[in-house]
Design a protein. Structure first.
Length: 472
């Protein structure tokens, strides 16, 4: 019985509150005044609506610009405003010149002092913000991240700006697909601190008179774990490089019984020498590392105590280099060429020692163009002197015989078994095909006392002879 009476009493209070609210709403509309705002008050199971004073935030910055007999006004919008009133000082009091402006800019015929008041259905904000004159054309003169373009995740970055002619501005911070916007009050030169958790984009949008706007952005990346560097797993086998924490480019590894050479993604070339017990390598001892100008895409070659490698820079231009193996001295490189090198160097007719064996080998080869061959991505083939790394006089191309760029290192077939009718040749793999390419012959052989071909001006590219093609 008591429970039923309590429910009836709660219902009675709710009906009385609603009737009061509707009555006030009707009276306010009838009298042309603002509506009364109410807030619910919960007392147990009883809900009552209490009148409250609810006004929008005031306009925090008003800009004006007088030109050709008119005054243009623009202001930073109030988030809660539904419309604005424009007031002008007439010498003794503030007079309303427009009572229902729904944009954030206004144009008045004449000049004077102005105020803008933010309003909504429940009332208006204070009207004590006077206009500030703005001059100059709308422009974003600078927008930048002070800490640089990379900061740690969870860290802070200070974003700075310099504006002219702006009446309002907003910075939008985008990260992980979400966007948050923040109005800035200082419309000259200033900065603000932002916390970031991931790669971020900050977009600055500056607005001028009559709704004109300009925008720009700056990207800020976060430091993250190297995507190439994966912690290896310890197994039952010897893993001498497990704890080196080097992000090794796997396709650049050159390993023999005595040497280990590889490059890393951070642009270093490493040479390790084997430590042996009972003639077997059990660990690798680092001898040296060399900072590269670009990147190495394939395994280097070791010939006559020198390490030969192809290098490509950030402009996709390739060159051939050599360095003395035991002390990384005598680094010598060719000039960059306008195509990348994804292959390893190919050395034909080992002419580095200037021995009688070299002269004999060259004679048996029928005057082949000897040196360090570089097979470029675009199909061009250049030959460099093995000692000076200067280009030979003849250059070649395979572009007319290839449907894809050269990405696999060619191999040299010397026909050591002396198979009749089969000459030494270069084997090139292209997708599902193999090409047999004849080793080019030199046009003229001019020997110095050491047996090196004379170096002169380079001739035009000559097509290489494809002897055969076969499917894999």
């Amino acid at each position: 019985m008591m429970k039923s009476m309590f429910k009836r009493k709660a219902l009675f209070y709710l009906i009385v509150s609603l009737v009061s609210l509707c009555s006030n709403f009707a009276n306010s509309n009838f009298e042309g005044e603002f509506e009364q705002a109410y807030a619910p008050v919960f007392l147990g199971n009883v809900t009552r609506f209490t009148p409250i004073d609810l006004k929008p935030d005031a306009v925090i910055k008003l800009s004006s610009k007088a030109e050709n007999g008119y005054t243009s006004l623009a202001w930073i919008p109030s988030p809660q405003a539904e419309y604005y009133k424009i007031l002008k000082f007439d010498g003794s009091d503030w007079r309303v010149v427009s009572s229902n402006v729904t944009t954030s800019f206004y144009r008045y015929r004449g000049s004077g002092s102005f105020r803008v008041v933010a309003c909504h259905r429940y009332g208006c904000a204070s009207n004590d913000i006077d206009n500030v004159d703005v001059s100059g054309e709308l422009a974003i003169k600078a927008f930048y991240a002070e800490e640089g373009s990379v900061v740690p995740a969870g860290g802070a970055v200070r974003v700075g700006w310099q504006l002219s002619g702006a009446t309002s501005a907003v910075i939008t911070h985008s990260q992980y697909g979400s966007h948050t916007s923040k109005s800035i009050v200082s419309l000259g030169a200033s900065s603000q601190l932002f916390n970031i958790q991931g790669d971020s984009r900050f977009t600055l949008t500056a607005t001028g008179f009559d709704g004109e706007s300009v925008s720009t952005y700056v990207n800020v990346a976060t430091l993250r774990e190297n995507p190439f560097l994966k912690k290896g797993r310890q197994s039952q086998y010897t893993q001498p490089l497990l704890d080196l924490n080097l992000d090794i480019v796997e396709r650049t590894i050159l390993q023999s019984e005595h040497h280990l050479v590889f490059s890393t993604h951070d642009g270093e070339l490493y040479f390790f020498r084997a430590n042996k017990i009972r003639g077997k390598p059990v660990s690798w001892q680092k001898e040296w590392s060399l900072t590269l100008d670009g990147i190495i895409n394939s395994a280097p070659k070791i010939t006559e105590n020198y390490l030969y490698y192809n290098e490509t820079n950030s402009q996709s231009m390739g060159r051939v280099c050599k360095v003395r193996l035991f002390d990384k001295q005598n680094l010598t490189c060719s000039q960059y060429y306008h195509s990348a090198l994804l292959t390893s160097p190919l050395i034909i007719n080992n002419d580095g020692d200037y021995t009688a064996k070299f002269v004999e080998s060259l004679a048996e080869g029928g005057g082949r163009v000897s040196g360090v061959y570089a097979f470029y991505y675009n199909g061009d083939v250049r030959v460099f002197d093995q000692q000076s790394m200067l280009p030979k006089t003849q250059s070649f191309t395979l572009a007319d015989n290839l449907t894809q760029p050269i990405i696999s290192t060619p191999s040299l077939f010397l026909n050591k078994k002396k198979i009749p009718g089969l000459d030494a040749q270069i084997l090139i793999k292209e997708q599902n095909e193999v090409l047999g390419v004849a080793i080019p012959k030199s046009d003229a052989q001019q020997f110095q006392s050491f047996g090196v071909l004379a170096i002169g001006q380079q001739d035009a590219l000559k097509p290489m002879t494809v002897l055969w093609k076969g499917a894999l």
